[in-house]
Design a protein. Structure first.
Length: 367
């Protein structure tokens, strides 16, 4: 590969974000306590190995922690077609009335107009769903359904009654969701302690490490707190398949920044504090607002090296999948070479990866 001319930005490709990850480092269960996970302090060239409960003294009075307060819903549903063939739906979002948008896993996809039976169907204690069309267009990857419960229940009510927590695909026990001995523990630990707004199918995992003790320490030190909402979609787990990053079609997610958070951000800047984003979803929310000026709406922002950050100064994040859009985001934030070195250190020191894994603290690169 030819080297770029002096002063020219490097053109990154998908292969640049690959790394070797021993499968045993993929966390299958959370740490014994939320704040007992490990924390890799990667703000400086020389990383420091810490425990997450040691985070508060690393911040300063006047800093502003911004969390994503989305709540994971039991959006995974099992059922069958009229022919008896098994299928699985993962509801990505709820539309108006009784309509939803979902991923569908089935050997042979039914045609629009077909009815499928979920959780036993209307005649067996569950409910039915009629396939309306692909979404968001005729070639879209998702499917739009109308749900019909026995008492006219809303999609939210039907999911609460019949749905399963949609753990990530790399947590292997998810394959036995109907008979999962860890289901009760996951229902608690795959939610943040401040989860409020239902709508996500994946947790903002960097925030899973915060507990009441850590939050109290932060408040005592004068670190302020605010929240945004971004409903994390299943697209967060979709691999990038194009070597040329410009050809990747980024998934879209809904976000909202409340007026109280906008005011907190302004006060933070006025007093010279730093904005500390908890998780990549918070980064995407804040930087989407900075670019568009919209405090609510859809975002498909794709952050890769060369991106100019306007809001976030520090980032608390977990360790991400090779070749993922999240690897690209953290590399854009903290510098590609630095992040790849941190990941090599994390593998060598046996940090735990992905949703139930450990965390790291990054500072925005001056690059």
């Amino acid at each position: 590969m030819p080297h770029p001319a002096p002063g020219a930005a490097r053109a990154y490709t998908l292969s640049d974000f690959d790394f070797s990850l021993p499968p045993e480092l993929i966390a299958q269960h959370p740490a014994a306590e939320r704040s007992s996970a490990r924390l890799l302090d990667g703000r400086d060239p020389q990383p420091a190995d810490r425990i997450f409960r040691e985070l508060p003294p690393l911040l300063r009075s006047g800093d502003l922690l911004v969390f994503n307060d989305t709540r994971v819903v039991p959006a995974r549903l099992f059922g069958e077609k009229a022919s008896g063939g098994k299928l699985e739906l993962l509801i990505e979002r709820v539309l108006a009335g009784n309509e939803v948008v979902a991923h569908m896993k089935v050997s042979k996809k039914p045609l629009p107009g077909a009815t499928v039976h979920l959780a036993g169907g209307l005649g067996g204690g569950g409910f039915d769903a009629r396939l309306l069309a692909r979404w968001p267009d005729a070639d879209g990857p998702l499917f739009r359904f109308a749900l019909y419960g026995p008492k006219g229940e809303s999609p939210w009510e039907l999911m609460e009654r019949h749905g399963h927590l949609p753990l990530p695909p790399y947590i292997e026990r998810q394959q036995n969701a109907d008979h999962d001995p860890d289901a009760a523990a996951d229902a608690e630990r795959y939610q943040t302690v401040f989860a409020r707004a239902p709508g996500a199918v994946a947790a903002p995992t960097a925030a899973l490490h915060f507990d009441a003790g850590v939050l109290a320490q932060l408040a005592a030190l004068g670190v302020q707190q605010a929240s945004v909402t971004l409903h994390v979609g299943a697209g967060t787990f979709q691999p990038v398949k194009t070597e040329n990053l410009a050809e990747h079609r980024m998934h879209s997610e809904w976000y909202e920044i409340p007026p109280a958070t906008l005011a907190a951000l302004e006060r933070c800047r006025q007093r010279g504090g730093r904005v500390v984003a908890v998780g990549t979803t918070t980064v995407r929310t804040l930087e989407s607002w900075a670019r568009s000026g919209a405090t609510t709406g859809e975002t498909d922002i794709f952050i890769t090296p060369g991106f100019r950050f306007q809001v976030v100064d520090l980032l608390v994040t977990n360790f991400h999948l090779p070749k993922s859009t999240l690897m690209m985001l953290v590399s854009a934030f903290a510098g590609y070479e630095h992040v790849m070195a941190l990941y090599r250190h994390a593998v060598a020191q046996r940090y735990r990866f992905f949703s139930y894994g450990d965390a790291m603290l990054l500072a925005r690169s001056a690059e």
